[in-house]
Design a protein around this ligand. Structure first.
Ligand code: COA
Ligand code: NAP
Length: 273
């Protein structure tokens, strides 16, 4: 049997889909013929993503919306559905992060990450529900290893992503009866991304050490994550729902943690009030 994954004319929405890992996912679906909507906060990122995705020849729509604004998220879906029809695949991956010890973190610093990652995920899925194809819709949240691996300097993101994981599992229970599947991808260290730049140790030596701690001996690529997203959204994953699937070369626990701790140790504390 030949494995073919075709999303021709399917409507795929990627929230937070204008850069990095999520853009890589949007691009993979565009290559498979999908009609793709991408949304994020910054007009320049949305415009650049729409330009770039348009080169694959399919229909692309871009919307500026901050996941912290429930009504703006609702308007983004209304606009995209009016254009491309019900949503076949929804990816929710907007996130914010920075390294900081909890004892030095302001209340707003903790809140901003929880608001983007966790409350934002609620906003996106809650507003999307009415527009999802039922049965047949597939939702993929993007989580992170710190949702289950405790990591220093990551109290905010760890708490937020742990919430995202359990939210994914609960909605898999609630929406399964409507024929909607929900899963989550937990990427390991993905080279060349903003998350990698922010969280990885700054020195080449520490990075090289982190690389050697990955069982598969390399950092991940955008395609590694995008391929998993294509699979989870496809009929080949028709009986998979409520799963948190790592895509991390065999052990984000081993690789991300030491590099992140080295990065944290080199933090300047000059921003602390
Ligand atoms: N260390 C400690 N606190 C920090 C910080 C840092 N490096 N960066 C921001 N904060 C604090 C700010 O001081 C502020 O708290 P305060 O009001 O008590 O001073 C709070 O976080 C909000 O910062 P602000 O810059 O106003 O938030 P924002 O909404 O403009 O940006 C962020 C959100 C901080 C998460 C920003 O990093 C962002 O936009 N990230 C998106 C991209 C990203 O992180 N990608 C990687 C995904 S893994
Ligand atoms: P990124 O390039 O910064 O991607 C974040 C995306 O979310 C951008 O498109 C950004 O665009 C958007 N965004 C941020 N805040 C938003 C908000 N408030 N409202 C709407 N959109 C917002 O980072 P990345 O490293 O690729 O990370 C992508 C996802 O993978 C995140 O969920 C992250 O937690 C996860 N992850 C990454 C890694 C890694 O190695 N990089 C590892 C594990 C997990 P705008 O700035 O235009 O809003």
């Amino acid at each position: 049997m030949q494995l073919g994954i075709d999303f021709t004319d399917r409507h795929v929405v990627v929230f937070g889909g204008t850069t990095g890992i999520n853009f890589g996912i949007a691009e993979a679906f565009a290559r498979q013929g999908a009609r793709v909507t991408v949304a994020s906060r910054k007009r320049e990122n949305v415009d650049a993503a729409v330009d770039s995705l348009g080169r694959h020849g399919g229909a692309v729509h871009g919307v500026v919306a901050d996941v912290r604004d429930f009504d703006a998220v609702g308007r983004a879906f209304a606009e995209s559905v009016a254009r491309f029809g019900p949503i076949d695949v929804l990816i929710s991956g907007a996130a914010g992060n920075f390294l900081c010890e909890a004892k030095d973190m302001s209340s707003n610093g903790f809140k901003v990450v929880v608001d983007i990652d966790l409350v934002g995920t609620f906003h996106v899925l809650r507003q999307a529900h009415a527009h999802l194809r039922k049965p047949g819709g597939a939702v993929i949240n993007i989580t992170a290893p710190q949702s289950f691996v405790p990591m220093r300097y990551q109290a905010h993101a760890s708490a937020a992503k742990a919430g995202v994981d359990q939210f994914t599992r609960v909605l898999a229970l609630e929406w399964g009866g409507e024929g909607v599947r929900l899963n989550s991808i937990s990427p390991g260290p993905i080279d060349g991304t903003e998350g990698f730049r922010k969280l990885m140790a700054p020195t080449p030596e520490d990075r090289e050490f982190a690389r050697t701690q990955v069982p598969l001996q390399r950092f991940g690529s955008l395609d590694d994550i995008a391929n998993l997203a294509l699979f989870l959204a496809s009929p080949y994953a028709a009986y998979i729902s409520g799963a948190i699937v790592p895509c991390d070369g065999g052990g984000a626990f081993e690789s991300v943690k030491p590099a992140l701790e080295a990065a944290g140790r080199s933090l300047s504390t000059s921003w602390v009030a």
